[in-house]
Design a protein around this ligand. Structure first.
Ligand code: CIZ
Length: 340
């Protein structure tokens, strides 16, 4: 099986936020946080805006959101909203997705630099060159990619529906799965479908190690491990369950264990504590840290949310031709995903 070899994901836009950890970030006085949250709530009402927040956002942002979820849930919410504006608290490709599915809304993002190592690992020009060389290949793109890459794809998937989407792919065509090699490997294992894999990785998930997870398991032998499919195979092999963040919410609610080890970005812990109260969630460890933050996700702050609503900027804008072409594979995903 061929593995495609673009450069290691570029972290060029991440800058000093990389390796920044919430645990060492200076805390704001709680009364300031409360005041900022009240101001965000008031202003969003005045602007007739909806706040959509990804599961990896900070607790204080999740708490002012109208909806908190994964890329799939957020895409459905963005598509159906009648609010004038969508303030998208996540990373750039997610806000772009909201604009693709609901172009008549003003889509705002608190920090335009909130990128994604996966999206950075696949340039549209490289995919275009690949498509010219392999015109019959069916391209399944993980939603963590740019609008220009989506526009060159046959169908989009998220971690929550990747297995279903690949099972729906035409049986008589070879498949290229991009840009996450780890998710692609896991989908191949689950579906039995051979696929070519782009060599991208999520820098946040790729640094969980099997050694540190083994040490943690030894300390909590009765705690099941739930891991995200973007983790490397050695980590996935140690997990009791592998799923998307929404899958984790369901797993943690339903599993009888009172302590669960959770191997994904740390923002999900707030959601889990809210939805499965009374349980203890232990964040999956990396070699250097007892939890893992995505520096891009954590670029969003309450101060930036407020400023964005005040100025109605930064706004996501897209070339209409790219938006129109990117809508087709996204719509295909939403339709397949909604099927029983
Ligand atoms: O699909 C998403 O939103 C991501 C990036 C992770 C997950 O599993 O929810």
């Amino acid at each position: 099986m061929e593995t495609l070899a673009p450069p290691v994901p570029s972290l060029k836009r991440l800058g000093s936020a990389f390796a920044d950890c919430l645990e060492v970030r200076p805390a704001r006085p709680p009364e300031t946080t409360g005041r900022l949250q009240r101001e965000v709530l008031e202003l969003k009402k005045k602007r007739n805006a909806i706040v959509l927040a990804h599961n990896y956002q900070t607790a204080e942002i999740q708490d002012v959101a109208d909806f908190v979820g994964d890329s799939l849930g957020l895409s459905y919410q963005a598509a159906k909203t009648s609010a004038d504006a969508i303030l998208f608290c996540g990373v750039h490709f997610m806000a772009e997705t909201a604009k693709i599915v609901n172009p008549s809304r003003t889509v705002l993002i608190p920090d335009l630099n909130a990128g994604c190592s996966l999206a950075d690992s696949c340039e549209a020009e490289d995919l275009e060159a690949y498509r010219k060389k392999h015109p019959d290949t069916y391209v399944v793109s993980y939603i963590n990619c740019t609008a220009a890459v989506k526009a060159l794809s046959d169908v989009i998937c998220t971690s929550g529906n990747a297995v279903k989407i690949v099972n729906h792919a035409p049986k008589d065509r070879s498949i290229l799965f991009l840009p996450d090699e780890n998710l692609g490997q896991w989908v191949m294992e689950k579906t039995g479908r051979k696929m070519e894999l782009w060599r991208g990785a999520c820098h946040t998930h790729a640094i969980f190690t099997s050694e540190s997870l083994q040490r943690l398991r030894a300390k909590h032998p009765d705690a099941p491990v739930v891991a995200h499919p973007e983790c490397v195979r050695a980590v996935r092999l140690l997990a009791d369950h592998i799923c998307s963040t929404e899958g984790m919410v369901k797993f943690c609610r339903e599993n009888p264990a009172d302590t669960i080890i959770v191997v994904t970005e740390s923002g999900i812990l707030h959601r889990l504590r809210r939805e499965a109260p009374g349980k203890t969630f232990i964040p999956g460890p990396t070699k250097t840290c007892s939890c893992n933050d995505c520096g891009f996700m954590k670029m969003n702050t309450l101060e930036k949310l407020l400023e964005t609503l005040e100025t109605m900027n930064p706004e996501i804008t897209l070339d209409e031709e790219i938006r129109r072409r990117a809508f087709i594979p996204l719509q295909r995903m939403l339709e397949i995903s909604a099927q029983p």
